[in-house]
Design a binder for this molecule. Structure first.
Ligand SMILES: [Zn+2]
Length: 473
């Protein structure tokens, strides 16, 4: 249904419409529909299971040209990956974001377009497509057209969008440049959490947000679990030493932006402290992760370590740029640690390593980030016996380990801390960006501990927030 077909008191009401990341963790798109301006917060791709990915090909239930402005919370693909299509389909407003997010989003979108172009090319060449010819969801040219609407802004400063609407970004931890957004809208404050970072991060500052909120739309990825209070470094060192003892290698699938840098930093520290053998080779097989790491140096105010320490992260680490290099690393004898994208094993070079490492019990696959439903990473965590890569099945014999402490997302306790950090607990809380079990656990916990019953938003649900004349909620 087109949202313009709903409509009573639309000239007086502010609505929230969930166009993605509703009862799932990808496709973040939240529309604030106000009498003055329609404002989109995030514009991400759906990822994971096929039925989810197919949603990227469906038109939005709202005309992109009717959206006046957009704010991007951070550079992950599930928050920014649909932007080229939004612009292609008629959006002409500004896209506001922090400065590091601007740089990282360009990297991520160019990479996304390139992968889609390559996939379409391969599908056409080998004839494994139902669509003839197979087409990319968007191209590099579409990304370039979208970049023209990017408007980097400073966190901590208000920006006016219209007579009654202004917004401000607050650093949210998670990855460089990630923010929560507070929108002052007709004298009420609506906070979108974006992805909430950790309260114990090696690299990123504590997540912060506006002091007060009338409405909060918050993520709930880990609404049902705790990452554990263990020493993450010691845990990682133990698994590495154990793998070396078994004469195996370790593969760490990681998101190129955020996770890769945090693990690089931790590995450097472990070597420096001699908690792991200094001579164990570490490979970063992700040119995008290497480029993303440079943003840490460019924007030191967004991280908690000195730029000098960022350069040290690269010592004792070999960055690979091309596929020939990947082959060489795979064939290299002896134990090694490989960091490669994609973080959920959905594509990219990590699959080349997985094919070679997964069938040998000496090796370890270390999962450190969230693995969405339907991804190979989730299947491994669910102890699948085989895994399909590029049309072939591989028996899962390598050990699969997980370190929750390296996650970029707040756990249940941290999500509650984030809510308690408001001067007064927000009276209206909406949960997004979580799978149903996690969301339900968090809903009950918030209700029991903070005495507010949050609403779990559904896909395309249009939620009345308030009447601008009566202020009635
Ligand atoms: Zn994220």
């Amino acid at each position: 249904m087109k949202i313009d077909q709903f409509a009573e008191n639309d000239n007086r009401a502010v609505y929230l419409l969930s166009l993605g990341a509703a009862e799932t963790v990808t496709g973040s798109k939240h529309l604030l529909k106000t009498p003055e301006l329609n404002l989109l917060i995030d514009c991400g791709l759906f990822q994971g299971i096929k039925s989810m990915r197919e949603k990227n090909w469906e038109p939005l239930p709202v005309d992109p040209s009717s959206i006046g402005a957009m704010i991007l919370t951070h550079a992950h693909l599930d928050h920014c990956g649909y932007i080229p299509l939004l612009v292609k389909n008629g959006y002409r407003g500004k896209i506001y974001m922090s400065k590091p997010t601007r740089d990282l989003t360009e990297l991520i979108l160019r990479d996304s377009a390139k992968l889609q172009e390559e996939d379409a090319h391969k599908a056409n060449k080998h004839g494994y497509t139902r669509h003839s010819p197979a087409k990319p969801l968007y191209t590099t040219a579409d990304v370039e057209a979208a970049l023209r609407y990017f408007e980097p802004v400073d966190a901590g400063k208000p920006y006016r969008l219209s007579d009654h609407i202004q917004f401000q970004l607050y650093p949210g931890g998670h990855i460089p440049g990630a923010c929560s957004v507070a929108i002052d809208c007709y004298h009420k404050t609506i906070v979108f959490s974006g992805d909430i970072g950790r309260y114990h991060s090696e690299l990123f500052p504590l997540p912060v947000h506006a002091a007060k909120a009338d409405f909060v739309i918050m993520e709930s990825t880990y609404g049902d679990r705790l990452h554990g209070a263990g020493n993450t470094g010691a845990e990682l060192a133990f698994i590495i030493k154990d793998t070396i003892f078994n004469k195996g290698s370790m593969l760490i699938p990681c998101f190129a932006v955020g996770r890769a840098q945090e693990v690089m930093h931790l590995l450097y520290k472990l070597k420096f402290q001699k908690d792991i053998p200094v001579e164990i080779p570490v490979f970063l097989d992700s040119p995008m992760a290497a480029s993303a790491s440079k943003t840490l140096v460019k924007y030191p105010e967004w991280i908690t370590i000195a730029p000098k320490e960022v350069s040290r992260m690269f010592s004792g680490l070999t960055i690979n740029q091309d596929y020939e290099g990947t082959e060489k690393i795979i064939k290299r004898k002896g134990s090694k640690i490989v960091l490669a994208a994609s973080g959920m094993l959905t594509g990219g070079r990590v699959l080349e390593y997985l094919k070679h490492y997964i069938t040998d019990p000496k090796n370890t696959i270390l999962i450190i980030g969230y693995q969405a439903e339907g991804t190979r990473g989730r299947a491994l965590l669910n102890q699948t016996h085989e895994i399909k890569i590029h049309g072939q099945y591989y028996a899962v014999k390598a050990r699969v380990k997980e370190i929750g402490g390296l996650s970029a997302h707040a756990d249940q306790a941290e999500l509650l801390t984030w809510l308690r950090d408001f001067e007064v607990v927000p009276p209206h809380i909406y949960l997004v960006h979580g799978e149903p079990c996690a969301q339900e656990a968090l809903r009950v916990k918030i209700k029991d501990e903070l005495h507010i019953n949050p609403i779990i938003l559904k896909q395309d649900q249009k939620e009345f927030l308030f009447d601008i004349e009566t202020n009635m909620v």
